[in-house]
Design a protein around this ligand. Structure first.
Ligand code: DOR
Ligand code: ZN
Length: 358
C-alpha cells in the first residue's frame, strides 16, 4: 500500500562542497536526500573553507545553485571573530551554527567568552543551532536565557542532555532539539562490530541507558535529523578515522520500522521530519511536494549501492520495513523506484526570499 507523506526536510546535512568533494558534493548529497524521501536539506558550514562570512557564503551558494537536485539552505558558522557583518547575513542562511564542542573541521568556539557576540547579535527570529554536549549544553542553555533567545540543540545523544532539555522546556525556556537515528539505534556496544574507526562519531555513541533515555523522552524531541556526515571507506578504515556516518538514505526506513513496531506513530515521524522542521527553521512551503512510501516493503539495508559517495552505512544488515517509492518536488517526479529524475540545478534556495520566504 502506498501512503503519501509531506516532503521531508533534513536540517543537518554535511554536503562537503566546497573543498572535500571526494567525500560528497551537492549532486550526490541531494541524490541521496531524494532517495531517502527528503525534498530539502540544510547544509552545515564545516566545509573547506568553512562558511563564515559573505565571501565564503557566496561561493558555497554558487556551488549549491548548480549542483543541488533538491531544495536547500546553507548554514553560517560562528567564529571567534563574529560581528555585525556576519549577523547581517541571517536572512540568507539556514541559520547560525555554533560548534561548542570539538568535532570535524577547524571551527571550535572553545572559550565561553567567544560566545557572546553571536548570542547578542544573531536575530532572535533566525535559527541558532548549537553543537553542545554535557556541561557545554548547560552553558548554552544558560546563554539562551541570558540573551533571551531561542536555540536549537543538534544531535542530542545522552541521558543527561535530554534531561537538561526537558528541564529547560518545562520551565518555558526557548529551546528545541533534534536526535539522530544513530543515537536512537546504536550504542558504544556496537563499536566492536562496526570497527573502531567506523564507529567514530560526534557526539560519540552513548550507553544503552543513554539510548533508552532518548526513546523515553521523545516527547521533548522536536526533530529527527540525520547528521549525514559522509567520509570515505578508506578514511574510516585509516589511521586517523574522521567522525561521522552517512544517514540520508537510511533514516526514513528506520523510523518507518519503528512505526511498524509501534514504537512511534506515523504522525510522530511526520511531525519531526517535516512540520516541526519547517516551523523551527521558518522555511517556506514547497508547493505540490510529497513522498510516496510503501509501508509494507521489507528489505535489508545493504553494505553498498548507496547514492552517497560514502558508499557504506552503520546500519547495513538491519532489516527494515518501509521504502520510498516516489518523490514529487514542486510538481515534478524527482525520484521513482531507484531512479533520480531531476538534474543538478533543479534544487532551489529556500532562503532566496529571506526568512519565512518573505
Ligand atoms: O560525527 C560528526 N561528524 N559530528 C560532527 O559534529 C561533524 C561531522 C562531520 O562533519 O563529519
Ligand atoms: Zn553534524
Amino acid at each position: 500500500m502506498l501512503l503519501r507523506l509531506p516532503g521531508l526536510i533534513d536540517p543537518h546535512v554535511h554536503v562537503r562542497e566546497p573543498g572535500q568533494e571526494h567525500k560528497e558534493d551537492w549532486d550526490t548529497a541531494t541524490q541521496a536526500a531524494l532517495a531517502g524521501g527528503f525534498t530539502a536539506v540544510l547544509a552545515m558550514p564545516n566545509t573547506r573553507p568553512p562558511v563564515t562570512d559573505a565571501g565564503t557564503l557566496k561561493a558555497a551558494l554558487q556551488r549549491a545553485a548548480t549542483g543541488a537536485r533538491c531544495d536547500y539552505a546553507q548554514y553560517l558558522a560562528a567564529t571567534a571573530g563574529f560581528g555585525p557583518e556576519q549577523a547581517r547575513l541571517a536572512p540568507r542562511v539556514a541559520g547560525l551554527k555554533m560548534y561548542l564542542n570539538r568535532t570535524f573541521g577547524p571551527i571550535w568556539l572553545r572559550d565561553h567568552g567567544t560566545w557572546h557576540p553571536a548570542f547578542r547579535l544573531w536575530p532572535r527570529e533566525a535559527p541558532l543551532v548549537v553543537h553542545a554536549e554535557r556541561v557545554h549544553l548547560a552553558a548554552a542553555l544558560f546563554f539562551a536565557r541570558l540573551y533571551d533567545r531561542p536555540i536549537h540543540v543538534a544531535h542530542v545523544a545522552y541521558r543527561e542532555d535530554i534531561l537538561l532539555i526537558r528541564g529547560a522546556k518545562e520551565r518555558g525556556w526557548p529551546v528545541t532539539c533534534e536526535v539522530a537515528p544513530h543515537h536512537l539505534w546504536l550504542t558504544e556496544a556496537d563499536a566492536p562490530r562496526l570497527g573502531e574507526g567506523w564507529a567514530e562519531v560526534r557526539p560519540r555513541l552513548g550507553t544503552a541507558t543513554d539510548r533508552e533515555a532518548l526513546w523515553a523522552n521523545l516527547d521533548v524531541v522536536d526533530v529527527f535529523a540525520t547528521d549525514h556526515a559522509p567520509h570515505t571507506r578508506e578514511e574510516k578504515a585509516g589511521p586517523n578515522p574522521p567522525p561521522g556516518y552517512p544517514g540520508l538514505e537510511t533514516a526514513l526506513p528506520l523510523f518507518l520500522t519503528a512505526v511498524h513496531e509501534s514504537r512511534l506513530t506515523l504522525e510522530d515521524v511526520v511531525q519531526r521530519m517535516a512540520h516541526n522542521v519547517r516551523r523551527i527553521f521558518r522555511l517556506p512551503e514547497q508547493a505540490a511536494t510529497w513522498v510516496e512510501v510503501d509501508l509494507e516493503a521489507s528489505w535489508v539495508l545493504p553494505e553498498r549501492g548507496w547514492r552517497t559517495k560514502a558508499d557504506w552505512s552503520p546500519f547495513a544488515g538491519f532489516r527494515v520495513r518501509g521504502r520510498v517509492h516516489r518523490v514529487v518536488l514542486r510538481g515534478q517526479t524527482a525520484y521513482q523506484e531507484g531512479r533520480v529524475l531531476v538534474p543538478p540545478g533543479f534544487g532551489q534556495d529556500l532562503r532566496a526570499k529571506g526568512l519565512n520566504g518573505r
